[in-house]
Design a protein around this ligand. Structure first.
Ligand code: SF4
Length: 669
């Protein structure tokens, strides 16, 4: 019997219209767990290294995490993986909500799509009955609207539906996949779904998921719930409100937006409004939030209530997703939060990433102000800040006029526009828009996370280590006193010694080796979550979460029956993380790509930054170019990767790298 997982994947060939139920190899679960880990293995094995994201040979994988569908609190993530049209590297994005547990209850761990359907279709999974159904009547429908129409059509109000909107259908690089109160937004996965002619997946499952040691497993789950109960209301002093408790950023519960509105840039990562958060604005925004927020809600099997149902006047009800509450308002320089709530509803129906889309729009208007784009490009555009944002959003998702260019995101749009536009597309890493945050002093931990993270998305890499030193020794001592999540006492010392000023302050403290250990730990927690399907909000993202490296091995053992300890789990993390890196290395990722946005910090330290990269690569067992070495691949059981690298000349027998590599971008040209 298979425990925690079902042991079956669905293989859907959209070109041929075929559906197969295929048993998976249990050995792969031992090597990679599930979710992201096994997705990476499938992409490595089955997709040609030089595949175009919009090729029928590209796969689109909807995966449950290994613990999804078990009673583990917060085990509800769907991990979607493919090759991103924006970065051209592996793209993976997670969504919470309800889809993954439902898929497990229907009897499947993954749904793997290949090919392209000639007509728009959706997949209906109803336990053992699986059908590809016509979706031509859903063309152009909103993502939320589509979910509702499909439930009505199937007469199955309990079906969980993940759908794309118009942006995905039109292969907008910022297109998301929307579901429940969540979405897989980053890296254009919705565009790949649209390219495959797949409008939605609807799932209803009523089967059981088995766990290996039920009594022990339930005991561990109860301990997690107990811990949440105590920890969640006990906020950590001196930490900004949305990070002081548990859960994904609790922005829908909090009114205080001083930190975001005054530290994040407005427009396209350009202007800080340092005195923005006045008493008057606070009252106005509180009122706006509390008027439209009808209810706080959770994902499947979680007590945290990170999301909210929004009913803004004049638009249909929707659910607010991570941080979108502020992004449109700030990009458009609108002082009225109502605007943000209204445009976010339209954007959610269109199915777009709430981080990248507002930046792409603001970027377009900045180019117009700079004379790089012309009046003709914006013919018919209203002049007021709100009106012009609605106008451009509509054009981008329809790929009309200048909207067609901006639909590829700021990096590719700047390249196409030329005439100096590149200087305005300055907030990207590996061609992907980042948080519009501009700071003073280089933070060496964040430098490494930004530069080397394979997720291309800082908010999903940062985590359990404090973002800044605590101001007093009392606070530091109080923090480390019950810090059971720290991997070992060295990490406590880093917190105790970390100062705002002087020798033990940023950028030279924590020292290079400590930064590597901290980043490695944070990555480890994220990779484990993404393999298990655990929400980062209860594990890798907040300070002092209920899940950590010391209790997860026991939980995995009780769920799966696999013998697991911390070393074993660390080995799996290293294998999964290295495999994702290898996939990207095979597509041209090199050291030159590993840099944060140029103006993210005012004070930069090139020599230290080089040392940080050198130190991190060495720590990981990679060579000077960031390529895993033969030895390190061998230690992780990835000899097949080493052989591939040798054959392609990416590694040579003496492990040097050839001087010239063809990058994915070069191939695209
Ligand atoms: S912590 Fe928040 S985002 Fe995570 S599963 Fe719970 S409700 Fe969802």
């Amino acid at each position: 019997m298979r425990y925690a997982e079902t042991g079956f994947n669905l293989e859907i060939d959209l070109t041929r219209g075929s559906i197969e139920r295929v048993e998976s190899d249990p050995r792969l679960t031992e090597l990679h767990l599930g979710g992201l880990g096994t997705n990476a293995k499938i992409l490595w094995d089955r997709v040609p290294a030089d595949v175009e994201p919009f090729s029928p040979d590209n796969l689109l994988i909807f995966a449950t995490g290994l613990l999804c569908g078990t009673p583990a609190p917060g085990a509800n993530r769907t991990i979607i993986s493919t090759y991103s049209p924006q970065t051209l590297f592996m793209g993976y994005s997670m969504m919470g909500g309800f889809l993954a547990p439902e898929l497990k209850y229907a009897g499947y761990d993954k749904v793997i799509f290949r090919g392209k359907s000639p007509n728009l279709v959706y997949l209906w999974i109803n336990n053992d009955k699986v059908e590809i159904r016509d979706a031509s009547h859903l063309r152009g429908k909103g993502a939320v609207e589509t979910a509702e129409l499909i439930r009505q059509e199937l007469k199955e109000p309990k079906a969980q539906v993940a759908a794309i909107g118009l942006a995905g259908e039109n292969r907008v690089y910022m297109a998301s996949i929307e579901q429940g109160r969540s979405s897989a937004s980053r890296l254009g996965l919705g565009a790949v779904m649209g390219d495959k002619g797949l409008k939605a997946i609807a799932v209803r499952g009523t089967k059981d998921v088995n766990v290996a040691k039920p009594a022990e497993f339930m005991q561990l789950c109860n301990e997690v719930l107990q811990y949440i109960k105590v920890r969640a209301p006990n906020l950590i002093p001196e930490v900004m409100p949305i990070l002081a408790g548990l859960g994904s950023p609790q922005e829908m519960a909090h009114v205080d937006e001083k930190w975001h509105t005054e530290n994040f840039m407005w427009g396209n990562a350009r202007t800080r409004r340092k005195e923005f958060w006045t008493k008057e604005i606070e009252e106005k925004w509180k009122d706006a939030l509390e008027t439209v927020r009808t209810r706080l809600i959770s994902c499947y099997n979680c007590p945290m209530k990170c999301g909210a149902i929004i009913s803004a006047p004049g638009v249909s009800t929707y659910m607010m997703k991570c941080f979108t509450k502020l992004t449109y308002t700030m990009a458009a320089f609108v002082d009225d939060l109502d605007f943000g709530f209204k445009i976010a509803q339209r954007a959610t129906e269109y199915g777009v990433d709430g981080f990248s889309m507002p930046q792409a729009m603001a970027f377009g208007f900045e180019l117009k102000e700079a004379g790089i784009l012309t009046e003709a490009d914006f013919a018919g555009c209203p002049s007021d800040n709100e009106g012009k944002f609605y106008w451009l959003l509509d054009r981008i998702v329809r790929r009309e006029g200048i909207g067609d260019v901006l639909a590829n995101g700021t990096y590719w749009a700047a390249k196409q526009i030329g005439k100096g536009a590149e200087a305005y597309a300055h907030n990207v890493i590996k061609k992907h828009e980042q948080l519009p945050l501009k700071l003073g002093m280089l933070n060496p931990i964040y430098f490494l996370m930004y530069s080397t993270g394979e997720k291309m998305n800082i908010t999903q890499i940062e985590g359990n280590f404090p973002q800044a030193p605590f101001s007093t020794m009392e606070l530091r001592e109080a923090f480390v006193k019950d810090w059971v999540q720290a991997p070992n006492d060295k990490f406590k010392k880093y917190v105790l010694d970390w100062e705002f000023r002087g020798e033990r302050s940023m950028p030279f403290y924590p020292p290079v080796e400590a930064c590597c250990e901290i980043v490695d730990w944070q990555e480890k927690m994220h990779h484990i979550d993404d393999a298990l399907g655990l929400c980062a909000g209860l594990s890798s993202f907040p300070l002092k979460p209920p899940y950590h490296i010391h209790n997860l091995p026991t939980l995995i053992s009780a769920a799966t029956g696999i013998d697991m300890d911390e070393d074993g789990l660390t080995q799996i993390f290293n294998r999964n993380r290295t495999l994702v890196r290898a996939i990207n290395v095979r597509r041209g990722l090199r050291r030159a790509d590993e840099k944060p946005p140029e103006d993210h910090w005012k004070k930069r330290f090139p020599e230290l930054e080089a040392q940080l990269l050198d130190g991190y690569y060495k720590f990981k067992g990679w060579n000077h170019e960031g390529i895993p070495t033969k030895e390190s691949l061998h230690e992780l059981g990835l000899d097949y990767v080493a052989e591939d690298f040798l054959q392609r000349g990416i590694l040579t027998d003496n492990e040097g790298t050839p001087s010239k590599e063809t990058s994915a971008e070069t191939k695209k040209k």
